[in-house]
Design a protein around this ligand. Structure first.
Ligand code: GDP
Length: 449
C-alpha cells in the first residue's frame, strides 16, 4: 500500500458535481501539483476553494477537501476533489491526478485499505456494500447497523469469552504446577459454549429475515389462461404493464414489476401459463415460466372462481413442485368459490376488479412471511452469505464440542474444537481472512469505494 490511488467516487452522469477521491501518502503532494493553492500545510478536515490547473490553464473550478492520516476512511491521507458534473471535467482532472503520480484504484480498493489498515472489520466492509446496494428503507436500516459495528460487537463478545477459555485451558496444560490458576472443568467449557450457541442460533434463525429484507421476495403468478393473472398483476403494480384481454394465451412472455408490501420489496412475474403449446413463441414462454417458478419464494396459483378447478388447473399445479403456494381464487365478484382439493394450501378469495380485495391479497402474503414483524424489529440481522455460512460452521463445531463433553473426552482434546470455534468467529470479522478471499469480497464494490 505504498502507492497513492485515485478513483471517481460518484457515478458519472448528469449531476451538478462529481467527486474524485485520492488516498495514499502522496495524496497532498500530487493534488498540490495541479491545484491553484498550496495545500502543504493545511489542517486536516478542511475544504479549499480554487482551480485545477494544467500548465497555467484553468481546467475546472473545484472544492478540495483534505483529510490527514490517521483519522480518515482509509487511515491514509485523503484528498477529495469536487469537480463540476458531466464526464469531461472529471475525466480531465482524473487524467491529471494520474499523470502526476497516482494509480487508478481497483474496485473496492479504498474500502480494502480501510480494512487492511484496521479502520473497519470485514462485517463493516460488507455492510457498507449492503448500504450502497440497499433496495428498501429496511435494507438501509439493517445495513447501517452493520456499519455501526453491531454484528462486530456481538461476535467480539463471543470471541473474548472463547479466547479466555482457551487461555485458561492452556495454562492448565502448560503450567500444571500453578496452584492459583483456574482449573477448567467440563462444566466451564459447557457454560461458555452454551452462551456462544445461544447467540449464534439467534443470528442464524434471524438471517432468513435479513435475507428477506435484503433481497425481497420473488413472487410468480401462475394459472391457466384467462383466470385473471394479468389483471391481478396490473392491480398489484398499479399500472397497465400486462396486456389484459380475454383471448386465451395472450400473455406470451414473462411480465415483471416490483411492489412493496409492508416495506419489503416484492418482485412479481406474470407467467405465460404452463399449458402445452404448439406455438413456438408461447412454448418458449412456458419454459421461462417453469424456471421463474423454480426461482420463486412464493407462487400465486390463480384459479377462476367462475369456471372452478379443472384438469387444466391440475396440470398447472403439477408444475409448481414443492414451492410455497398461495391459492388465489380470482373473480370472487362473480362467485365465491373454494375447492377441497387445494385445502392443504393457504388461500384467499379476491377480485382483480376490486381494490379492497387486492389489499386482502397483500395482507395474506404479508402474514405468510411475517413481513409486519420484520418491519417492526431491531434490524440486527445477518444477511451476508459468507457470514451466515461461518455462523453455521460455528454451530456445527459447538455440536462437536457438546458431543465431546458428553462422551467425557479429555479437556485437551476438546480444546482443539474450542480453538476451531475461535478461529471461525475470527473469520467472520476478517481477522484470519486469506488474500484471495479478500480480493473476491472487495472486487464486488464499485470503483471509488
Ligand atoms: P390471464 O390470461 O390469466 O392473464 O387473464 P386476464 O387478466 O387477461 O383476464 C382475462 C379476462 O378475465 C379479462 O377479460 C379480464 O377482464 C377478466 N377478469 C380478470 N379478473 C377478473 C375478476 O376478478 N372479475 C371479473 N369479473 N373478471 C375478471
Amino acid at each position: 500500500m505504498e502507492d497513492t490511488i485515485v478513483a471517481v467516487a460518484t457515478s458519472i452522469g448528469e449531476s451538478s458535481i462529481n467527486v474524485l477521491r485520492v488516498s495514499g501518502k502522496d495524496s497532498i503532494k500530487i493534488v498540490n501539483k495541479i491545484f491553484s493553492k498550496d495545500l502543504s500545510n493545511v489542517n486536516s478536515h478542511t475544504v479549499h476553494y480554487g482551480f485545477i490547473m494544467d500548465n497555467g490553464e484553468k481546467i475546472d473550478e473545484v472544492l478540495v477537501s483534505v483529510f490527514l492520516s490517521p483519522k480518515t476512511f482509509t487511515t491514509e491521507d485523503i484528498v477529495e476533489i469536487s469537480v463540476h458534473g458531466g464526464e469531461i471535467c472529471v475525466n480531465k482532472v482524473l487524467e491529471l491526478v494520474l499523470s502526476n503520480g497516482a494509480r487508478l484504484a481497483e474496485a473496492g480498493e479504498f474500502l480494502k485499505r480501510a480494512f487492511l489498515n484496521g479502520r473497519i472489520d470485514l462485517t463493516q466492509a460488507e455492510a457498507v456494500g449492503d448500504l450502497i446496494n440497499a433496495q428498501s428503507e429496511y435494507a438501509r436500516k439493517m445495513a447501517i447497523r452493520g456499519v455501526d459495528k453491531q454484528l462486530f460487537n456481538v461476535i467480539s463478545e463471543l470471541k473474548e469469552k472463547v479466547l479466555s477459555l482457551i487461555a485458561n485451558i492452556e495454562v492448565n496444560i502448560d503450567y500444571p504446577e500453578y496452584e492459583d490458576a483456574i482449573v477448567v472443568s467440563k462444566e466451564m467449557v459447557s457454560d461458555v459454549v452454551c452462551f456462544v450457541k445461544e447467540k449464534v442460533d439467534v443470528l442464524i434463525d434471524d438471517s432468513s429475515k435479513g435475507l428477506v429484507i435484503k433481497n425481497g421476495l420473488k413472487m410468480v403468478l401462475v394459472g391457466k389462461p384467462n383466470v385473471g393473472k394479468s389483471s391481478l398483476l396490473n392491480k398489484l403494480l398499479n399500472e397497465d404493464k400486462a396486456i389484459v384481454t380475454d383471448v386465451k394465451g395472450t400473455t406470451r412472455d414473462i411480465i415483471e414489476g416490483t411492489l412493496m408490501i409492508d416495506g419489503i420489496k416484492i418482485s412479481i412475474l406474470d407467467t405465460a401459463g404452463i399449458r402445452k403449446s404448439n406455438d413456438i413463441v408461447e412454448a418458449i414462454g412456458v419454459e421461462r415460466s417453469k424456471s421463474a417458478i423454480n426461482d420463486a419464494d412464493i407462487v400465486l396459483f390463480v384459479i377462476d372462481s367462475e369456471s372452478g378447478f379443472d384438469s387444466e388447473d391440475e396440470e398447472v399445479l403439477n408444475n409448481i413442485g414443492n414451492k410455497r403456494v398461495l391459492v388465489v381464487y380470482n373473480k370472487s365478484d362473480i362467485v365465491d368459490y373454494k375447492t377441497d382439493i387445494l385445502d392443504n394450501y393457504e388461500s384467499v378469495n379476491v377480485s382483480a376488479l376490486d381494490n379492497e380485495s387486492i389489499s386482502d391479497l397483500k395482507n395474506k402474503i404479508s402474514d405468510m412471511f411475517g413481513l409486519k414483524k420484520i418491519g417492526s424489529s431491531n434490524y440486527m440481522y445477518v444477511s451476508n452469505a459468507r457470514q451466515i455460512s461461518l455462523l453455521k460452521r460455528c454451530s456445527e463445531i459447538i455440536s462437536d464440542i457438546e458431543n465431546a463433553i458428553n462422551v467425557d473426552m479429555e479437556i485437551d482434546m476438546i480444546e482443539i474444537d474450542v480453538k476451531r470455534l475461535w478461529e471461525t468467529l475470527c473469520e467472520i470479522t476478517g481477522e484470519v481472512a486469506q488474500d484471495d478471499l479478500l480480493n473476491e469480497i472487495f472486487s464486488k464494490f464499485c470503483l471509488g469505494k
